[in-house]
Ligand binder design. Sequence first.
Ligand code: SF4
Length: 643
Amino acid sequence: MRKIILADNAGFCFGVKRAVDIAISTKREQYKNKRIYTLGQLIHNNDVVKYLESKNIHAVDIKDIDKLNNNDIIIIRSHGISEDIIELLKSKNLNIVDATCPYVANIHKKVKEYSNRGYQIVIVGDKNHPEVIGINGWCDNKAIISKKGENLDNISGKVCLVAQTTEKQENWQKVLKIVSERAEEIIPFNTICNATEVRQKKADELSKEAQAIVVLGGHHSSNTTKLFEICKRNCENTIHVENSGEIPDELYKGKDNIIIGVAAGASTPDWIIKEAINKMSDEQKLEGMNEVIKMMDENEKKVYVGALVKGEIIQINEKAAFLNIGYKNDGILPLNEVTSDENVKLTDLFTVGEEIEAKVIKLKNEDNYVVLSKSELERDQGLKSIKDAFENKNSIKVLVKEAVNGGLVSNYKGIRVFIPASHVELYHVDDLNEYVGKELEVNIIEFTKRRNANRIVGSRREVLKAVKEEQENETWNSLEKDQVVEGQVKRLTNFGAFIDINGVDGLLHVSEISWGRVEKPSDVLKADEKVKVYILDIDKENKKLSLSIKKLMEDPWTNVEEKYPVGSVVLGKVVRFAAFGAFIELEPGVDALVHISEISHKRIAKPSEVLSIGEEIKAKILDVNKENKKIGLSIKEVEETVD
Ligand code: SF4
């Protein structure tokens, strides 16, 4: 089975990636619609150069610099340039964006410093390489350049030794040895970049194991050429190509049992590596892919319309944020995909460096950006929360937008939730307008996902009902027989009053309102009036509660003998007639009887002949029977006394 193995550390190094990022973000940040320039090709890779050209970033040669206009943008690539070229660009009033790799810039500093201190600068590297030319420019172009030990005959005195960042270690050692022997003093700075060294080491290892090696990178890229040389030493069947299109079929077709290694120079982007591997891999038998490729694949698969992506904001203005989403194209998040409020600026909401999550709504706009939306993500999250609320019977808070025929239209994270009028309160509401602008807690009672418009119905009544039930349960649990509690008169009927006690209704029977006679509850109680009541009985299971106010008052019969001694004369009111006499109320709850024979000296057939209901009369206490709650009176005897 054919195995394709990608060498570790293949592809873009830190400095190259940084330069490409700087070029793209400069373009986007300040000069969206303007052509910008790089001094020489930004990297030695034609595919990347073409990609940059598609973004209106063009390479310009130093000899054509006069063709540029005042304030044009010029980007210095990762190789760096000499000090006098920088001065030249400045004199042309160009805007310089320096993408020199920090490692290379460090060499410039050292070379300038030691040259000023009288050291002869020796550079190990290729005299025609732009990086070496640039370094030489920081010591007035007086450096001796030696690749493998040549040009060192006249070395003497103090020497500062540096290297081209992509040079081979063995060349460095060779030159170092010669210079050490000839110079009086030597300050060596091995400036070969670790990225290059590691890349070379890994390619070297892989080429010992593989039967064929494909080195990917620009034909003019020196670090790729070096990779090719290293691999070729170990593996005769090594080729150097710029992209997958240049890989000959004979290299892999029909060769099922070989290992093909892939190495890539510092200027080779991920997508070129991936294309090459895909070309040589038998799709069904893709084995041996290392973690990098898996990651690349996964990254690519993660970006599609509808996908959720995370990215770091690399640039932002009032109307759009640009994100690195780990994909070949960056993402753009326009303001209208964050908020519909045109007064908001994106710069008030986000900052550069912040990581945010968004939904892909277009894979590529006219500027090759992946278009992202936060509003769509919020809508999705909102829909998910609503669905969860519906399935788990949880409540959500919605904002009422308008009152319409039949109910309220509300909004939850950009999603319409309708609340029918009958579901707004536990009672009927006449004017729904008072709810507009308010936040309401609702339960979702209908959730139907449709292709064009979802139907989502909320009920506040359900929430209120649940709250009420909970409150009622709490109240039922807290109430006990013989307790005295406060309640509110809710409803009055002829047989009694319903008293609300923390959401629970109890019945105060008319006979329990007072010790005195109460015709109907409304004679003594008013709706909404607060009253203290005594719990006569409680049936928690059947939710029945009997209340009494009377019980809270002293029984007027308790000390009736002291209050109404036999023989004394009392004042009372005629309240009722019977055939055998008239009942006289001495006080509420204490009625006494005047037998018909004790009403008058005259013979009367019925009490109403001489008495009328409500009339006040004087009478004498004849007897008091506390036990049977009976008091006998005589009107006749009072009259005699008066006579
Ligand atoms: S190889 Fe090293 S020095 Fe050269 S650009 Fe890349 S990171 Fe910078």
